[in-house]
Design a protein around this ligand. Sequence first.
Ligand SMILES: [Zn+2]
Length: 316
Amino acid sequence: MKLNLILFFFCTLVTISWAQSPNLSKYNEEIKKIEDTVKYFEVEKINDQFYMLIGGGGNVGVFVSDKNVIMVDNKYEIIEEVLMSSLREITSNPIKYIINTHYHHDHSDGNRAFGKMGVPIISHENAKVRMQKVTQLYGGIYDFIDGFVQDKYPTEALPIITYNSKLTLSEDGEDIEMYNFGSGHTDGDSIIYFKNANIMHTGDAFVRYGYPYVDLNNGGSIKGIIEVLGSIASLANDQTVIMPGHGNLSTKQDVLDLKKSLMNLYQKTVLGLEKGLSYQEIADSIDETLAADPVMPGAELTKLNYIKSIELELNN
Ligand SMILES: [Zn+2]
């Protein structure tokens, strides 16, 4: 009897812990691929103090001050050495702060390495909340993200400074403004504006791979990201250098062009749904299809998925 009871508790415990352990297979697959393929980053120099590191995850922004480095995003923990060797090509200054544009692994997984080293991390308060949980990303727009589970970050990898709507950091005569313009790519996006240099890192609130991914499971909003693009454009001027979360350096006009395309798609979708049109009929009613990046699935399919996602968002 006693043995049965012990066995019962043991089995219950095993079942509970099995049920709670997240399915990280897609995450692990991605990490393996990154480890196997990313051996260096392309370093794009904007001026003597600003650089962009390209490849293996979201674009990393580097600001080299007189004595320090402030880094925006940090790609993946697994390629921290690659990141550091690219950084050391630029400067030997120590990293004073890391700013996370949002909680997604391809931008902030490096927190696991840099947090351990004691580098202070800054993010929007909602990004930190997401990092403290196991999260499942919304797959609807891009099928290959379906079922992608991101593990929670350990305590040392969490931001130690967070803010709500705006935070300003001053370093070596540069004012670094962080803004949250509401729900867009997620509910914890930061736009980082180096005011004097007139350089901006948008994180994934603005990207160059076609239709921007929106994480509807984690506070993202398609209607929201259109508004956020408007706020980014309002903050910028015609000379602002814009580092997107993914893709080439851009301008205010590029941001306005994406906003216009998404607004057109959104409005035609709302109208089409009201008329009872099918997703395909709505897609056909929109002349423009944003070209897909080679790593993303076909542009037509993404457009169709976007329309479905807008309907989902409208019904929520
Ligand atoms: Zn992202």
